[in-house]
Each structure stands twice: as structure tokens, then as C-alpha cells.
Design a binder for this molecule. Structure first.
Ligand SMILES: [Zn+2]
Length: 142
């Protein structure tokens, strides 16, 4: 195995994807050749750095997602608020109107129950009352 072939197979060697025969040859070459061993170490190190960077990238992304979620919620809240106020006003207006209608209906029903002709009529007992016979308030005063 020469250096060129070894370096070509290094990635597959690290991932364990080489046939067993070539795997042994690459391993033997890495043990003998300082340059290829260093290159292999460099690859391993760079993969570690990339992996670490991937892990670090998750945090800003998470922050971005959370901020986007908060903004979305705020926008939803802003758009929801006018509808809510409208509904509250409509609800209270409906309650007021229905309450007034119920009171009016009660008054009208009460008046309809008694015929209007009897309202202005003086009851018979009242007609026989003699105002002169009533005890005068003047008697109580000295
Ligand atoms: Zn080599």
C-alpha cells in the first residue's frame, strides 16, 4: 500500500466501510507511515471540531425558534384582541337589550292583564266613603 492509496481510503477506513483485506493494509500502513498517521489524526480532529460546531449551532437556532414563536404568539394576541373587545361589547349590549325587552314585556303584560277601563274607575267602597266623617287632623292639634 502506498501513501496515495492509503489517504484515498482514509475516510472509508475511519468509518469502517472498507473490506477486511484493505482495512488491514491501511492499518498496517498507518502504523508504518508517519505522514499518513498524522493525516488520519488531523481528519479525526477536524471531524471532532465539525461535530462540536454542529452541537453549538443548535443553541442559536433554538433561540431563533423561540423568538419566532413568541413573535407569532404576540401577533396572534394582537389580532385576537379587537375581536375579543367586539365580542365583549356585543355580549353586554345583547344582555342589556334582552333585559330591557324582558322588563318592557313584564310591564306591558301587567297592564294588559287589567283592562284599561278599570284603572281610572274608583272602587265602589271608595265612593261610599264620607270625607266629612273622617277624623280630622285638626282635632289632634291644640
Ligand atoms: Zn503513507
Amino acid at each position: 500500500m502506498n501513501c496515495q492509496l492509503c489517504q484515498k481510503e482514509l475516510e472509508a477506513y475511519r468509518e469502517g466501510e472498507l473490506p477486511e483485506g484493505i482495512m488491514i493494509q491501511v492499518k498496517a500502513h498507518l502504523g508504518d507511515c508517519q505522514d499518513c498517521a498524522e493525516m488520519n489524526q488531523l481528519f479525526i480532529l477536524s471531524e471532532k471540531v465539525i461535530q462540536e460546531e454542529k452541537n453549538l449551532q443548535s443553541n442559536p437556532f433554538l433561540v431563533t425558534r423561540i423568538m419566532a414563536g413568541i413573535e407569532e404568539m404576540a401577533q396572534g394576541y394582537e389580532s385576537y384582541q379587537p375581536v375579543s373587545i367586539f365580542q365583549k361589547v356585543l355580549k353586554s349590549a345583547l344582555i342589556t337589550v334582552s333585559l330591557a325587552a324582558a322588563i318592557l314585556f313584564g310591564v306591558v303584560a301587567g297592564n294588559l292583564y287589567k283592562p284599561l277601563t278599570t284603572v281610572n274607575k274608583i272602587p265602589a267602597e271608595m265612593a261610599y266613603l264620607n270625607d266629612a266623617a273622617l277624623e280630622s287632623v285638626d282635632l289632634l292639634t291644640n
